[in-house]
Ligand binder design. Sequence first.
Ligand SMILES: O=C(O)CCC(=O)C(=O)O
Ligand SMILES: [Fe+2]
Length: 389
Amino acid sequence: MTAETIQLKLRFGDEWFSYSVSSKPPRNCTNLEVPLVDLANLEGSAAQRKVIADALQQAAETSGFFYIKNHGIPPDVIQEAQIQAKRFFSQPVDMKMLALQDASKGHRAGWRAPNTSHVCPSEKSVFRWRYSPEHDPLYDHDQLDPQTISQHSEDEPHVWAATAHLKNFKVDSLAYWRSCLNLARKLLPLFAISLSLPETYFDSMATFPEADGLYNFYPATKAGALSGFAPDTEGLGSHTDFQCFTILWQDQNGGLQAVTPENEWIWVTPVEGTLVVNIGDFFRRLTNDRYKSAIHRAYNQGLGDADRISMPFFFGFNSDAECAVFPSCIDDLHPEKYKPITYGQVISTFVLYTKEYDVLLTAAHAYSGGSYGLAVAQQLQSRHFAWYM
Ligand SMILES: O=C(O)CCC(=O)C(=O)O
Ligand SMILES: [Fe+2]
C-alpha cells in the first residue's frame, strides 16, 4: 500500500477480498470503461442479440458497469416511482418511523433512517421492499396457491401498511419494480449468450428470484460537490453489490463513482434516458471472476438544494438454487475457484464493508455469531469509522 492508495477489505459469504484503491479524486469515465449498450434489439434476431451479448460481455469483463438505453421501462413509470420516493422521504420522521426496517423480520424491508446503518454510521437513508410471487408478472395471481406464496414471499406487508396513506405509493413502486423484474429476466438470456451458455440456462434459477426494490435518499449538501466526501456527508461508502446484477436509475444530481480494474475512481455520470447496470458478487463468483463486481460508492454531488434520489433494483437467483461456476468459465488455465453455493447461503453471512480492518473484523465476528443488528451497530459507532475518501 502506498500513500496514494487505500486498502479495502470486502467480504462475500465466507470469503474476504482485499483491494488497494487509489485515493485520488475520481476522473470522468471513458465510453470503453462504462459503455452505452443499446437494448433496442433485446428481443430481435439471433444476430442482433449476439451483438448485445458481446457488448455486455465486454463491459462485464472491463469495469462491470454499463449504461443501457432503449431498455423498455416507460419514462412515466420511472417518474411516478421517483415522485413516490420523494414523497416518502419528505415526510416527518414519525411517519417514516412507521415503516422502520428494524421492525421487519429480516431487517431488510422498510425505512432505514440516516446514520443508523449497521455498516456505516453516516449512510444515507433508504426505503426497501422485497420479492413476492404475488407481485411477480410471471404469475397469474388468481392461480397462485397460498403455499407457493408463503414459501417464496419475502414481502413484508408492514412496509405497505406503513405507507398506505401515500396515494398510489404501493402501486407506483411495484410498477417500477415489475418493470425492472421484466427487464432483468430479459437480460438473463443475453448474459447466458455472453457466457457461451444455452439461452435458457438461467430460467429455472429465476422463477422466484431475489429481487429487492430500493429508494435511496441523499439529502442536499452544500459542501458536496466541492469537497467530495466529508465525515458527516450522508452517502454510501465503498462496497460491491452482492446479487447477480443491479439495475439502477439515478437522477441528474450525480454522485455515483466506481473503481476501474486499474483501481482508479471514475464518475458514473447520469446520462438522461439510460439506466446503469452493474455486475454483483454472485455473478463474479459464478463466472470464476471473469465478470467484474466493481467497488462503487455514492453521495449527492449536486450543488444547491436538490436532494438526490436513486432507485436500484437488485436481482439475484432463487435463494435455494444451488449455483456452480459456469462450465464455460472453467478451462485448464482457469480452474474452478469456487464451490457451488446458494444465494441463501451468501445472504446468511451477509456482506460487510469498511476500510478499517479492526472494525470490519469485530463486526464480522458479531455477524458470524448471528447477532445481526444492534450489537454490530454499537460496536461500529464506538469508533471513528472513516468510510469516505
Ligand atoms: O445511489 C447510487 O447511485 C448507488 C446506490 C448503490 O450503489 C446501492 O444502493 O447499492
Ligand atoms: Fe451498490
